[in-house]
Design a protein around this ligand. Structure first.
Ligand code: ATP
Ligand code: MG
Length: 364
């Protein structure tokens, strides 16, 4: 059942168009993540769902009801901000109770709800403390608790973890995933961290410049990115791109040339019939984690610039035909700067895009 629907939503600040027509729907209980570079409109979109920002055009509905012009309090959504926005003079208990007091819920129910949220978030021991006596992670839990007590139809999160250090961030990410599982609530989560997007989302909405680039499950976006923008955004380190020339088109295969290719050329199976012709430039994408060393049938001939030992794996920064190519390989290969590398990749992991960056393959 469609629970949240955005229909051609637009937002202008004065003359500046910031959201240029965004449509998508989320099912009840779904975890949707908005990702995209800074300034692409993620927070603006979330604030429009919350009712904190007027919609310039388009419609918005929640649980079957048009709420495009509904005031925030009546939408039954709750937002968790990056800055936590706790009241410094109130205890943790009072911070969580505040919204419920505003709607004049009876005191015994307020207490029950706050205690239940505190139990879920494991902050029962902190209820009497003021925010300044809490760590960043604890403050964030209180901010989330304030949402939980309101039992909203939709939880909205705007980069809730970006003020936390790396370890706490990972821990809270897992906590949020558990919270979603336990509450079964519909959540819309904004981040520019693609790891958070990949791990938390049922579906990801990739935004750029106020437009949707692609919507899909994390696996769909990783396996079948619609274009080089999505391909480069999802996955870390970023996908390698090589602009190759089409030397020949032969039914089901393309013969490509690029100085990084072993022997200068590469033949790939392709279902791009009719869309590519000899002389065209196409972009070949290869993910760092799909590249292998010491290949029997090398696809790339690369020269090592720098290797970074990450403990369990090694990141290799190389150059091929003047282009940078990154590899992530298991273990700690013993290599020196300047070494030549014969690098392989499974043909099913080669991505192809046209010169404008649109995916050429229906599937991988
Ligand atoms: N109140 C405002 N008045 C004018 N322009 C605004 C306003 N709020 C946001 N913008 C502009 O709208 C665009 C989108 O902003 P938004 O905050 O939604 O981006 P974002 O994707 O959340 O970025 P970030 O990842 O940096 O948080 C930006 O260019 C921003 O400058
Ligand atoms: Mg933002």
């Amino acid at each position: 059942m469609t629970f949240l629907q955005l229909n051609n939503i637009q937002k202008k600040f004065g003359e500046m168009s910031v959201i240029k027509g965004v449509s998508f729907s989320a099912q009840k209980g779904e975890f949707v993540v908005f990702v995209g570079p800074s300034g692409c409109g993620k927070s603006t979109l979330l604030r429009m769902i919350a009712g904190l920002e007027d919609v310039s055009d388009g419609t918005l509905s929640i649980d079957g009801k048009d709420v495009t012009y509904e005031e925030p309090a009546k939408r039954e959504v709750s937002m968790v901000f990056q800055s936590y926005a706790l009241y410094p003079h109130m205890s943790v208990f009072e911070n969580m109770a505040f919204g419920l007091r505003m709607i004049k819920l009876p005191e015994d129910q307020i207490k029950a709800r706050v205690l239940e949220a505190a139990r879920i978030l494991q902050i029962e021991a902190l209820l009497e403390r003021k925010p300044k006596a809490l760590s960043g992670g604890q403050r964030q839990r209180v901010a989330i608790g304030r949402s939980i007590v309101r039992n909203p139809k939709i939880f909205l999160f705007d980069e809730p973890l970006s003020n936390l250090d790396a370890e706490l961030r990972t821990q809270m990410r897992v906590e949020i995933a558990k919270l979603h599982r336990n509450l079964g609530a519909t959540m819309v989560y904004v981040t520019h961290d693609q790891v958070e997007a990949m791990t938390l989302a049922d579906r990801i909405v990739v935004l750029r410049g106020g437009l949707v680039e692609q919507i899909g499950t994390p696996t769909e976006l990783y396996d079948r990115p619609a274009n080089t923008f999505v391909a480069g955004f999802i996955g870390s380190p970023k996908m390698n791109f090589l602009a190759a020339t089409v030397d020949g088109v032969d039914g089901g295969s393309l013969k490509l040339s690029h100085p990084a290719f072993a022997g200068g050329s590469l033949t790939v199976a392709s279902d791009t019939a009719g869309r590519v012709k000899t002389g065209d430039t196409i972009i070949v994408g290869m993910r760092p984690e799909h590249l292998t060393l010491d290949a029997a049938n090398p696809v790339l001939t690369l020269a090592l610039d720098i290797s970074e030992n990450l403990g369990g794996s090694t990141q290799l920064y190389t150059t091929g035909g003047g282009e940078p190519v990154t590899l992530v390989v298991p273990g700690r290969p013993s290599l020196n700067s300047g070494d030549g590398l014969n690098v392989g990749i499974d043909a099913s992991h080669i991505y192809l895009f046209d010169a404008a960056g649109q995916a050429l393959r229906a599937s991988h």
